[in-house]
Design a protein around this ligand. Structure first.
Ligand code: FAD
Ligand code: SIN
Length: 518
């Protein structure tokens, strides 16, 4: 199969890129499940953009830089904040409906770390609304082909032509990907002028996460194997408030917008506690709140704290948060009258594949977008609701950049088809499930909200056994989705631990007890 643009992933980043790039050439989107299975579909709070005074670009830039704790790339921050209103207009043109007040102005949410209300939203289902509008636009577009149930296994580079090229060799380029058609079980060679990795995040590396099961870090792992540069992987953001409901996976999110609306965090004994940790109390930046909850829970041997919104008007609660209201009611919690038990869970990968301002990676003809990419916007800790806007701004940057190169690039000939059939080991699926659980518990126990040199070291030792066993299995077997996802998650875990070991300080989402913060 040959195409101009091979887009891997059908979240906000992949779909927005496809809609932009289809003007310049044919786009093929491959996605490993149904189109809407992605983190985007679960986003609740909304999407940031400076809309009305007294908000300003300067304030949004300032909040993003403060939250990023000195690790942001100021150019990336400027770019996203200043281009956001333009891309919001595109989302609206593609059919997204954001909530408005009776006088016709956009209704704006506020979340942790924001000095102003600046988050456009659609009830508490913003991601699903954006995803719906993008999918409908993509389905209608004559120059875009969508292949669901197509799992990208690996990127194609000079290594597949038998050439030895290192990361430091100028000229390492990407020619497409090997993709497993999950319906036929065939591995297809998909060749492209440009490859766009938009495979989302990696929350499933941990035992508890807000991310759907598709978030296994495939794209970051593929890029790492292809020798692209990754960075900031140690900055895994934990969302402070997911619903404590131990039998449920993934953890259901209780949006931070509820704290922006006035909800207060309380201990199980009813006391408020965030005033001990930050002047912005329950609306402090996310890393601060997650760590405060973690400390209070471990000190008391408890597994959750409470979120309290009972003091707000019940009709207003139901109209702002209909999805959360219904969900909690389904397990016997009426949020207008009852406290909501919440606990932190792995939520967002602030790092990823290092890209420039055009979302281009360190490998030619390869772009990374959305949660897969590390643009420098988030630094050590992402400001809430900055990721959807980053995904669409960088999708536009990448499409424009690729358009300037498309006439100079040819489809690469001579890439061999996948030729290894392998065998199926009888206990393979059991081994994969067990290894996945082990890896998740290693990461949750030793590489969670608070780490130490010893815990990182232990995690690496334990992970290396899983790595060897999984690579052994992979070398004997015809790849299937579960095995590839496990292999990818182990690669992600390795990058989080290794980059965490290299950072000799506590900053943002990476808190190491051996380098206590002043
Ligand atoms: P995704 O939307 O995750 O899409 C990735 C796609 O890649 C999926 O279609 C997946 O199936 C596909 N894929 C993965 N691996 C492969 C493979 N090997 N082969 C083929 N396809 C593959 N951000 C905000 O800005 N505001 C919010 O309010 C907000 N709320 C959130 C709430 C929740 C519960 C979660 C989990 C996240 C939230 N975020 C929010 C973060 C935000 O949703 C994500 O960062 C963003 O949607 C990522 O978009 P994406 O396109 O990069 O990835
Ligand atoms: C939320 O709604 O709390 C999530 C927002 C985000 O992760 O950006």
């Amino acid at each position: 199969m040959k195409t101009d643009f091979l887009v891997i992933g059908s979240g906000a980043a992949g779909l927005a890129f496809a809609l932009k790039a289809a003007t310049y050439g044919h786009v093929t989107i491959v996605t490993k499940g149904e189109m809407s299975e992605c983190n985007t579909n679960y986003a609740q709070g909304g999407i940031c953009s400076v809309t009305y005074a007294p908000d300003s670009f300067e304030k949004h830039i300032h909040d993003t830089l403060i939250c990023g704790a000195g690790k942001c790339n100021p150019e990336a921050v400027e770019l996203v904040v200043r281009r956001a209103p333009e891309l919001i207009k595109d989302l609206i043109a593609w059919g997204t409906q954001f909530d408005k007040t009776p006088d016709g102005r956009f209704e704006l949410n506020r979340e942790g770390g924001h000095s102003e209300h600046r988050i456009l939203h659609h009830e508490d289902l913003t991601g699903a609304e954006i995803e719906r509008a993008l999918i409908e636009s993509v389905r209608r577009h004559p120059n875009i082909t969508v292949l669901e149930h197509h799992f990208a296994i690996d990127l194609l580079t000079q290594h597949h032509l038998g050439e030895f090229v290192t990361r430091h060799t100028r000229g390492l380029a990407c020619f497409g990907a090997y993709v497993l058609n999950e319906k036929t079980n065939e591995i297809e060679t998909m060749l492209s002028k440009f490859t766009i990795v938009a495979t989302g995040g990696c929350g499933n590396v941990y035992s508890t996460t807000s991310n759907p099961v598709v978030a296994t870090g495939d794209g970051i792992a593929m890029c790492h194997r292809a020798k692209a540069i990754t960075e900031n992987m140690e900055f895994i953001q934990f969302h402070p408030t997911t619903l404590y409901n131990p039998s449920e996976k993934p953890n259901f999110l209780i949006t931070e917008a509820m704290r922006g609306f006035g909800a207060i965090l309380r201990l199980q004994n009813g006391e408020e506690f965030m005033d001990k940790y930050h002047p912005m109390k329950s609306l402090a930046p996310r890393d601060v709140v997650a760590r405060a909850i973690y400390r209070e829970m471990t000190k008391r041997g408890e597994e959750f704290v409470y979120l309290d919104v009972r003091h707000k008007d019940p009709d207003s609660i139901r109209s702002h948060f209909p999805n959360i209201y219904e969900k909690c009611l389904s397990i016997g919690i009426d949020i207008t009258r009852d406290l909501i038990p919440v606990t932190p869970a792995a939520h967002y990968c602030c790092g990823g594949v290092k890209v420039d301002l055009n979302s281009h990676t360190s490998i030619k003809r390869l772009y990374a977008l959305g949660e897969t990419a590390c643009t420098g916007l988030h630094g050590a800790n992402r400001l809430a609701s900055n990721s959807l806007i980053e995904a669409v701004v960088y999708a536009d940057q990448a499409a424009k950049h690729a358009a300037t190169l498309i006439d100079k690039v040819e489809i690469q000939e001579g890439i061999p088809d996948w030729d290894f059939e392998g065998t199926q080991h009888t206990e393979e699926m059991l081994m994969i499930i067990q290894s996945k659980r082990e890896m998740q518990s290693i990461m949750s126990n030793y590489v969670g909200i608070v780490r130490s040199n010893l815990s990182l070291h232990r995690a690496m030792r334990r992970l290396s056994i899983l790595y060897e066993e999984t690579e052994g299995l992979y070398s004997m077997t015809k790849p299937n989705r579960e095995l590839c996802e496990l292999r990818n998650m182990i690669a992600i875990a390795y990058l989080v631990i290794k980059q965490g070991e290299e950072l000799k300080e506590s900053v943002g989402c990476h808190y190491n007890n051996d380098y206590p913060k002043a």
